[in-house]
Ligand binder design. Structure first.
Ligand code: FUB
Length: 354
């Protein structure tokens, strides 16, 4: 083991300069003791979308940077300009940085802010899906392709027609159909879209309103267009009612992820300003999904964003916090094992020991 490198929990820490005291190195700027250590320390990474391709776990995260943009509720300070792709054969092993996979300067329709991406594979081609503001400052979802999971990816000349808002998640159903889930309120602009029409004057949801719903559309066989109009995804409480905006601990905010386990579809998401990762279960990819509980309690940092993947006989939850920087817009990705109860519900995770 090289000097200044030591193992803790699920990851390897490389201390810069002199060896830091172990307790500090494990906790960084955190107030609490973490259960997992950052997977990547050379750059800031967030919103990790994990997939298994070619027998490895590939990570498609946001690449956080300090761009000196003032922090606000629209998230202007999340001013990212490219993506790196990472891979590993073991969640406790070396994480390979494959370098820049797509840069904003190579996206013809780009305005600003490359936010949380996702990826998919079909018929020999890898697809990178990404939210980005266009030149009118409206978030759209773009797609870029590569013959390799790590890229580099080449962006299509225009965003996906009919796409909007942020945080795409592409789910492959067992029959080979692909669905894109997306949306995020506040800076993610979802509240401005009603019946798939944009209203720049629509404000953020108010306490008496029904909560804004995430969206889904089946992808066409070319994986670059929607095969149908965008639908709302209903998330219901145990009585079958939609959540109201007031129910901030449970209602959808952003960061959709869909996975399938034992005959059920799991729709998980962030509650944003109340900072939970929650989940709901359903019987088909369109929902409705019934709320079941919290998967991940709030992490340090404002945002909470995750993915769930099965690899080598174990389910994993990828997520992020701000252990290295202590700043909301400079995050670091992490991973922890995920477990189910016998009835198919998910055991709640806490990213900290105390
Ligand atoms: O990384 C920018 C945004 O922060 C993501 O799109 C959201 O999900 C939140 O994590």
């Amino acid at each position: 083991m090289p000097k200044n490198v030591f193992r803790t929990g699920l990851a390897t820490i490389v201390a810069i300069g002199t060896l830091a005291p172990a307790a500090f190195a494990q906790r960084g700027t955190l107030k609490k003791e973490p259960v997992s250590q950052p997977l990547i320390r050379k750059i800031f990474t967030a919103d990790p979308s994990a997939h298994v391709f070619k027998g490895r776990i590939f990570l498609y995260p946001s690449h956080d940077i300090e761009s000196e943009v003032m922090e606000n509720d629209n998230g202007d300070h999340f001013n990212m300009k490219d993506y790196h792709v990472f891979s590993m054969t073991d969640v406790e092993g070396k994480v390979k940085d494959h370098g820049v996979a797509l840069s904003i300067k190579d996206i013809p329709w780009a305005g600003r802010q490359l936010w949380a991406p996702d990826a998919a594979f079909k018929n020999g081609t890898y697809y990178l899906y990404f939210p980005l503001k266009d030149k009118q400052d409206i978030f759209r979802i773009g797609v870029a392709t590569s013959k390799k999971p790590q890229g580099p990816f080449k962006a299509e000349p225009t965003p996906i027609p009919g796409s909007y808002s942020i945080d795409p998640c592409v789910f492959r159903d067992a029959n080979g159909d692909y669905y894109m889930y997306f949306g995020g309120i506040w800076g993610g602009q979802l509240q401005r879209w009603k019946n798939n029409r944009y209203d720049s004057t629509a404000g953020i949801p108010q306490p008496g309103d029904t909560a804004v719903l995430p969206r889904v559309a089946k992808l066409s066989s070319d994986m670059k267009t929607f095969a149908e109009p965008v639908h709302e995804v209903k998330i219901l409480d145990e009585k079958g009612n939609l959540f109201m905006e007031d129910n901030k601990e449970k209602r959808f905010f952003e960061a959709a992820w869909v996975h399938y386990y034992n005959g059920k579809y799991y729709f998980s998401y962030s509650t944003g300003d109340s900072h939970n990762i929650c989940y709901a279960m359903g019987d088909n990819p369109y929902g409705p999904f019934t709320y079941k509980g919290v998967i991940l309690e709030p992490v340090e940092g404002w945002t909470n964003h995750h993915s769930i993947v099965f690899y080598d006989g174990q389910w994993y939850l990828f997520y992020h916090d701000v252990q290295i920087s202590g700043k909301t817009h400079l995050r670091n990705v992490k991973v922890t094992p995920l477990f189910y109860n016998e009835d198919g519900t998910i055991k709640k995770q806490n990213a900290y020991k105390n």
